[in-house]
Design a protein around this ligand. Structure first.
Ligand SMILES: Nc1nc2c(ncn2[C@@H]2O[C@H](COP(=O)(O)OP(=O)(O)OP(=O)(O)O)[C@@H](O)[C@H]2O)c(=O)[nH]1
Ligand SMILES: [Mg+2]
Length: 357
């Protein structure tokens, strides 16, 4: 089960109580104060782990508590600190804190951390400090303080976790365009393929290997239709998985079997992408005319090519079923990725930063 959005509640441990106690010793009539401090409560951390690829475990288990600090004791014994709690999430998870929600308002989100790299580990709820024991309150004028503090409460938070897959290339297009057929041909990913729309209900990642140890990760994103940004079809909820890709591959069905015009399909999807986020259409893009084995209007290809050229998008005719044109497409994807990487590096240099990846 693929789960890419979930709310969880985390509570850090409360601090232990400070102790009030006085020394009792044989032959010492009045011992001084010896109440120890309470221990600190455990904190909650979230860590990005390469071993996970969905948030599904949190769907069924959304409440987490770190251990509390134990209370201080006599003879100046400090309470034990509570153990921290570390929750693992897949790399690519974005962690938000949700403001107090009400029935009408689901609560505004504040970004806590974007876990794009393994082992990033933000603190999400801090454990409470332990209270001070009465030994701490002794002064020259008050040698027998009858005062100790309670521990402080640990932080309690509602977090919204959102997974954004990390792929180099995102495949976008209408349902039935052949996205899943292509990814299963070029990688070992095997999403369901069938001759009806919305076959693929969740994103799939595939590693595409080329000669000379070159490889990249491709994401098959469930089909988009007109009105996706307003929730039509599966809506645009999966589009955030292509937000981080360096390149979009826009697949269009040119077989004519859909009964729609391929050029209009291209324009529709482009519009849906820009309505979701203008930055998506500014990404480098490649166009793919799929199903050329079943092309019945030869005039369609030049027409589509011309329209894509208006946006500087090159067009690659392929058949995901027979494999025709696929090697050339993969090489073009590789070159475009290379160019995109070089550009990121250049931008980073221009911006004067030295820490680019
Ligand atoms: N003739 C022909 N049929 C193809 C080609 N590529 C895909 N198909 C067929 O088109 C249908 C849809 O393919 P899918 O790969 O499931 O399409 P999709 O884009 O993943 O569709 P959704 O998951 O619904 O968004 C299947 O019946 C495929 O066999 C092709 O190159 N030529
Ligand atoms: Mg599919």
């Amino acid at each position: 089960m693929f789960v890419d959005e979930v709310d969880i509640r985390v509570s850090a441990g409360d601090g232990g109580r400070g102790c009030m106690s006085f020394r009792r010793e044989k032959f010492v009539p009045r011992g001084g104060p010896d109440g120890g401090d309470g221990g600190t409560g455990g904190s909650v951390y979230i860590v990005a782990s390469a071993h996970l690829n969905t948030l599904v475990t949190y769907r069924f288990h959304p409440e987490f508590h770190a251990a509390r600090g134990t209370h201080g004791q006599g003879s100046n014994r400090t309470g034990h600190d509570g153990d921290d709690l570390v929750l693992e999430v897949p790399i690519g998870t974005v962690v938000y804190e949700r403001a107090e929600a009400s029935e009408a308002d689901p609560g505004a989100l504040r970004l806590v951390g974007d876990l794009a790299r393994a082992d990033q580990r933000p603190l999400v709820a801090r454990g409470g400090h332990g209270g001070r024991g009465n030994a701490r309150f002794a002064t020259s004028t008050n040698r027998a303080p009858r005062r100790a503090e309670p521990g402080l409460e640990g932080e309690r938070k509602t977090l919204a976790l959102q997974l954004k897959l990390i792929a180099d290339v995102g495949l976008v297009g209408f349902p039935n365009a052949g996205k899943s057929t292509l990814i299963s041909r070029v990688s070992s990913a095997h999403p369901k393929i069938a001759d009806y729309p919305f076959t693929t209900l969740t994103p799939h990642l595939g590693v595409v290997s080329l000669s000379d140890d070159r490889s990249f990760v491709m994401a098959d994103v469930p089909g988009l239709i007109k009105g996706a940004h307003a929730g039509q079809g599966l809506g645009d909820r999966f589009l955030r998985h292509v937000e981080r890709t360096k390149l979009l591959v826009h697949l269009v069905d040119v077989s004519g079997a859909s009964g729609r015009d391929a050029v209009a399909d291209f324009e529709t999807i482009r519009r849906e992408l820009s309505l979701f986020d203008e930055a998506l259409v500014r990404k480098p893009q490649l166009g793919v005319a799929n199903k050329i084995d079943a092309l019945d209007d030869p005039a369609l290809l030049p027409r589509l090519e011309r329209r894509m050229r208006d946006f500087s998008i090159p067009l690659f005719p392929i058949s995901a079923v027979t494999g025709q044109g696929v090697p050339a497409l993969l090489e073009a994807i590789w070159s475009a990725l290379d160019a995109a990487k070089a550009k990121t590096t250049e931008d980073a240099l221009v911006a004067g930063t030295t820490s680019f990846e």
